[in-house]
Design a protein around this ligand. Structure first.
Ligand code: NAD
Ligand code: DAU
Length: 342
């Protein structure tokens, strides 16, 4: 694979993947295909060498545009999406456009030119799990984490469009022999994450003198993984994954939201109760947890960033040192949340 297209490569996880490829695979040239929506930022990849990375601005749902780019590619790694649950509850339409129509356009191009395709998806397609304390095996028994056999049961407009996009890819593999793999990852954290999302929102709140905001009681559990570990997993699947297979990516990082907010406040030198409880998210998924043993056993992948507290401290440092990256948007993001009591 010498020439790869990375869709959504100017967003949070996509841009971290592009950095990972540039740093670890000197033979690979990356074309980033990104619409530069509110979530995309060319600054995320600006520092990378122009002879290794080219940004092409456009819409993945534009078939003629995608066809032209796909002709010269060896692989498409598909990150582009509308990715925020709260936005999908306000206006689902861009989620239908990008996550469903956009994915359809890409897999048609990959089919036409017989290109290797990797589809980046989310654990949210499986719905949610009971809290560990309510399970007989306390979260470690059979069926108490998501596996690639867990039935789909998405809750939000975001997760249902991601589920639909996964099913499109599966059908194209079976009916047309598309050379595709799928990965479903848990919650990422790290640099370049948009400040609408939980961890960067709270860090930039503290840096802006605003109290962090916790939805409901904060019992909801997310399975945190550093975005660099997501990148290495996607690369492992791209190189050695079996066609048609789904791999779950996670690093055993379960934490409830209250604990995360308290940790952020403590690391930032604030009292750990200096936050507000705000209106809960409608349909809020309770717990996500990934069983990544298939990825570990088949492809030998292991996560490197397993100390969540240290990863959080690095992330706080990044947002503190890169205020110019997020400051201009802070007011409008908070105004959006304030309108819905969050
Ligand atoms: P993001 O919102 O930060 O970035 C999305 C990128 O896609 C942006 O650069 C945006 O400009 C681009 N984009 C949106 N619509 C487009 C279109 N129509 N055409 C071209 N580009 C378009 O998202 P993220 O958090 O980096 O997530 C990336 C992918 O990873 C998504 O597919 C998401 O479902 C998946 N994922 C995210 C997480 C997470 O924790 N954030 C976890 C698992 C999986
Ligand atoms: O699990 C993978 C998913 O993780 C990805 O598919 C999504 O693209 C990504 O956005 C993320 O979804 P979540 O909804 O879990 O992430 P978010 O950062 O929006 O919220 C994380 C948790 O924190 C969730 O339980 C809601 C809560 N929350 C969120 C915000 C923004 C708060 O308590 N306060 C907040 O201000």
């Amino acid at each position: 694979m010498k020439n790869i297209i990375v869709t959504g490569g100017a967003g949070f996880i996509g841009s971290n993947f592009v950095h990972y490829v540039v740093n670890n695979h000197p033979e690979v040239h990356v074309t980033v295909l990104d619409k530069l929506t509110y979530a995309g930022n060319r600054a995320n990849i600006d520092s990378l060498p122009a002879d290794r990375v080219k940004l092409v601005v456009g819409d993945i749902a534009d078939a003629a545009f995608v066809d032209e780019l796909a002709k010269n590619a060896d692989a498409i790694v598909h990150y582009a999406a509308e990715s925020h649950n709260d936005n999908s509850l306000n206006d689902p339409s861009p989620f239908i456009h990008t996550n469903l129509i956009g994915t359809y356009v890409l897999i048609e191009a990959a089919r036409k030119y017989n290109i290797r395709f990797h589809h980046v998806s989310t654990d949210e397609v499986y719905g949610d799990l009971p809290l560990r304390e309510d399970l007989p095996g306390h979260g470690e028994g059979p069926g108490e984490k998501f596996t690639s056999e867990t039935p789909y049961n998405p809750s939000s407009p975001y997760s249902s469009t991601k589920a639909g996009s996964d099913l499109l890819v599966r059908a194209w593999v079976r009916s047309f022999g598309l050379k595709a793999t799928i990965s479903n990852c848990s919650n990422n954290y790290g640099p370049f994450q948009h400040i609408e999302k939980f961890i960067p929102r709270q860090i930039t709140n503290v840096l802006s003198g605003i109290r962090p905001k916790l939805y409901g009681e904060g019992k909801n559990v997310r399975d945190w993984i550093h975005t660099n570990d997501h990148s290495s997993a996607v690369w492992a699947i791209l190189e050695n994954g079996r066609m048609g297979e789904t791999y779950l990516i996670g690093a055993d990082g379960e934490e409830n939201n209250k604990a995360v907010i308290e940790e952020i406040l403590t690391l930032m030198g604030q009292p750990k109760d200096a936050y507000d409880h705000v209106t809960d998210r409608p349909g809020h998924d309770l717990r996500y947890a990934i069983d990544a043993s298939k990825l570990r056993d088949e492809l030998g992948w292991t996560p490197k960033f397993t100390n969540f507290r240290a990863g959080l401290a690095d992330t706080i440092k990044w947002y503190t040192e890169n205020e110019q990256w997020w400051k201009a948007e802070k007011e409008s993001v908070e105004a959006f949340y304030a309108k819905q009591g969050q």
